[in-house]
Design a protein around this ligand. Structure first.
Ligand SMILES: *Cc1c(COP(=O)(O)O)cnc(C)c1O
Length: 498
């Protein structure tokens, strides 16, 4: 038996299936209702014009293991994509094999290891990772067989250059690479980035620039020009491939010439496997040696780039930067931004709620949940700093949507102030009891110290297009922190064999 869940059997006509899908969509708080301002995720528009291309039968209808003679058109498209990505990032070669950013990191670090070993530098076994880095950085370094040493964060959120100097003085000969994120995961352009890359190069190490934040750079600055030897990009962030629900992603790895021979795809470091590699079934970073990685979604990124010149991309980036600084400054008096540089942020901002939490007990999680009542998907919660919300509006959002978000956040701040003044007890507050389902709002008798209207329609004009969440808080992160194995016991398999 397989596909035994009722959802695979209950909808036996197109009408029934369409209604089932509609019901699921109605429960979802997705980009078709609200901005999804998840910092670090770059949830931008996936344009209809892109989708028109990738689903065309000539592209979508090819078997992933079709012989090279039948995939020439595909190769043309992928070569063009790889070339443009390398050019936009200031690198010489690009492999499209990795199926996620994290896989790109692993592939990039394996290229570094291959290069170090080929040049007799096996003693270089340490990767420096700033404290602010995305969790995948340290995990990839460990996965590639390196030890990880953490570089501290300075007061202003940037990398602590003095600590870096100390580490290089102590471990210089052992440093394989540093993994930098630029702009940093704290949402600022670190002014000392080229100083950092030069220091690591002087010590003989390689520079890995995590390109996940490329939505703040494309068309403006190239990581390769900042001293990067290798980067990964996230097509499912910067290059408008849909993101979420577990993928599929694409995490191309781009390198300078000296690392090219150690790229996953093709022994000569070609952007893509050659015809011979291809017919040999040459494997790579992507699991099972999928020949072109997550090729199916790459035409989305190709179309995004084909419709935008480099100058357009520069405007895209400047708009994304302007939107983030606009939000950061408009909220500065109610939710201050933790890290800024000369009053500005990069493409995202970390809103610091920790002082408010200390004073009132209202947490960043309460604000995230209450935002759902206002019709917003929450920003990133408690990453990269616990107790904060990281907001990334992207260039895709119209000004009116940014202003709607600002109005919601300012209104939430007023609700927090009622708790602060003692007018409302935290446990009974509209914040702690959020989000409000339709069932909760219509329940009889109503015993909460705020009105039903405050719960459901906190801002004027929300009545018509109100989104009600299907559930309220259940147990939040409890399940993530209390793992239990649901695998069948071993004797279940024994019984089957018998
Ligand atoms: C998203 C992200 C990654 C990992 O990318 P995945 O595609 O999710 O594996 C790595 N670094 C940073 C800074 C990111 O934001």
């Amino acid at each position: 038996t397989f596909l035994t869940h009722p959802s695979f059997h209950s909808h036996r006509s197109e009408t029934a299936l369409v209604r089932y899908i509609r019901r699921l969509a109605d429960r979802d708080l997705a980009l078709d209702r609200t901005m999804i301002p998840l910092g670090s995720c770059t949830l931008k528009l996936n344009a209809a014009a892109q989708s028109a291309v990738w689903l065309s039968p000539g592209l979508a209808g090819i078997h992933p293991y079709a012989p090279a003679t039948q995939t020439r058109g595909w190769r043309l498209l992928l070569d063009g994509l790889a070339e443009r990505l390398a050019r936009l990032t200031g690198y010489d070669r690009c492999s499209l094999q990795p199926a996620s950013g994290a896989q790109g990191e692993l592939a990039g670090l394996l290229a570094v290891r291959g290069y170090l070993w080929a040049t007799g530098q096996q003693q270089r076994d340490l990767v420096l990772v700033p404290a602010s880095a995305h969790g995948t950085n340290a995990a990839s370094a460990a996965g590639a067989g390196f030890s990880v040493t953490v570089v501290a964060t300075a007061e202003d959120g940037s990398i602590d250059v003095d600590h870096l100097r100390e580490l290089l003085a102590e471990y210089g000969q052992r440093v394989a690479a540093i993994m930098l994120t630029y702009p940093s995961t704290h949402g600022v352009f670190e002014p000392q980035v080229t100083e950092v890359t030069a220091l690591v190069h002087d010590a003989g190490g390689q520079v890995y620039i995590d390109g996940a934040n490329l939505n703040a750079l494309t068309g403006l600055l190239r990581p390769g020009d900042l001293g990067g030897d290798v980067s990964h990009l996230n097509l499912h962030k910067t290059f408008a491939v849909p993101h979420g629900g577990g993928g599929p992603g694409v995490g191309p790895v781009v390198v300078k010439e000296h690392l090219a021979p150690y790229l996953p795809a093709g022994p000569a470091g070609s952007a893509l496997p050659t015809d011979e590699d291809h017919d040999r079934g040459f494997g790579g970073a992507a699991a099972m040696g999928a020949r072109f990685g997550s090729a199916g979604v790459m035409p989305l990124a190709w179309t995004y780039l084909a419709t935008l010149t480099d100058a357009d991309l520069r405007r895209v980036t400047l708009t994304a930067l302007a939107h983030a600084s606009y939000l950061s400054q408009a909220l500065a008096d109610v939710f201050p931004t933790l890290y800024t540089h000369r009053g500005h942020v990069a493409h995202e901002c970390v809103l610091d709620l920790r002082a408010l939490t200390a004073a009132t007990g209202v947490t960043a999680e309460d604000v995230a949940k209450r935002l759902i009542d206002y019709g917003f998907h929450a920003p990133t919660l408690s990453f990269p700093v616990a107790g904060t919300l990281m907001v990334e509006p992207t260039e895709s959002e119209p000004l009116a949507e940014l202003d709607r978000f600002i109005a919601a956040m300012r209104s939430i701040r007023a609700e927090i102030d009622e708790v602060a003044s003692g007018a409302v007890a935290l446990e009974d507050s509209v914040l702690r009891r959020s989000p409000h389902t339709l069932a909760a709002v219509t329940a009889e008798p109503w015993k909460r110290p705020y009105s039903r209207a405050t719960a459901a329609f906190p801002l004027a004009g929300m009545e018509t297009d109100k989104y009600f969440p299907p559930v309220s808080r259940v147990d939040n992160a409890w399940g993530d922190r209390h793992l239990m194995c649901t695998c069948p016991p071993p004797d279940a398999f024994e019984a089957h064999e018998a």
